[in-house]
Design a protein around this ligand. Structure first.
Ligand code: PLP
Length: 230
């Protein structure tokens, strides 16, 4: 179990690895944002990370966002929260109220609902479109062959502020191909934000142009095994 004092050490180690990977890729380290994935982790560990200077976090379940984040966000208004897991319509209002970035836009109905909710609340969230680069049937995300058309629909039909793309490569494959593919899809669509890379592969993601790496385990320690959601 990771203790509160380990968090600062872990964060520093991850940042040093990001610095090194950026230097090796000839990139500025500040062009890469570390999103600390705090799913399943209790609020005190999140507060330790904030105390150690971390300002950007990610959760994969809206329910957990509701349980942990209202108080933290009230206390630290400049902390930003990314939703990196599936967004269902019945949780959309809570997600728009509490999150700053939705990384998992993956269908037109959700685009419409997001645009309506942002207009109704006056909140503007950055939105990333999730791409199912591995074309896995059980995984969420737009298929690579459909991404250009989907982005056009987001922009032209809904005026959704799409900031970039996100992917979760297949668990059992070399991720480099998926990172290269996502970066190319972002490039040809003129999108700046590329969210890819987790504890096991964020250095590779940085080589391929990640602007956001989503790191959980290396900061907060291992999670109890649970059924992964896509
Ligand atoms: C859990 C999760 C991560 C972080 O994974 P680690 O291997 O713990 O770094 C990143 N992205 C998404 C979408 C996740 O659900």
């Amino acid at each position: 179990m990771t203790s509160e004092t380990d968090i600062a050490t872990n964060l520093a180690a991850v940042k040093a690895r990001i610095d090194l990977a950026a230097a090796e890729a000839g990139r500025e380290t500040h062009s890469i944002e570390l999103v600390a994935i705090s799913k399943t982790k209790p609020a005190p560990l999140i507060r330790s990370a904030i105390a150690a200077g971390q300002k950007v976090f990610g959760e994969n379940r809206v329910q957990e966002v509701e349980n942990k984040w209202p108080e933290i966000k009230a206390q630290y208004p400049d902390v930003r929260l990314h939703l990196v897991g599936p967004l269902q319509r019945n949780k959309l209002k809570r997600a728009v109220a509490l999150c700053d970035v939705i990384e998992t836009v993956d269908r037109e109905k959700l685009v419409r609902a997001l645009v309506d909710e942002m207009a109704a609340t006056g909140r503007t969230l950055d939105c990333l479109v999730q791409v199912n680069t591995g074309e896995e049937p059980q995984k969420a995300g737009i298929l690579p062959a459909q991404i250009d058309e989907f982005l056009n629909i987001c922009r032209k039909d809904y005026d959704l502020p799409v900031a970039g793309l996100m992917c979760i490569p297949p668990f059992d494959e070399e991720p480099a191909f998926h990172f290269a593919l996502l970066a190319e899809m972002a490039r040809r669509n003129g999108l700046q934000t590329i969210s890819m890379g987790m504890t096991g592969d964020f250095e590779s993601a940085i080589r391929f142009g990640a602007t956001h790496v989503r790191v959980g385990t290396a900061i907060f320690g291992a999670r109890p095994p649970f059924k992964p959601t896509q």
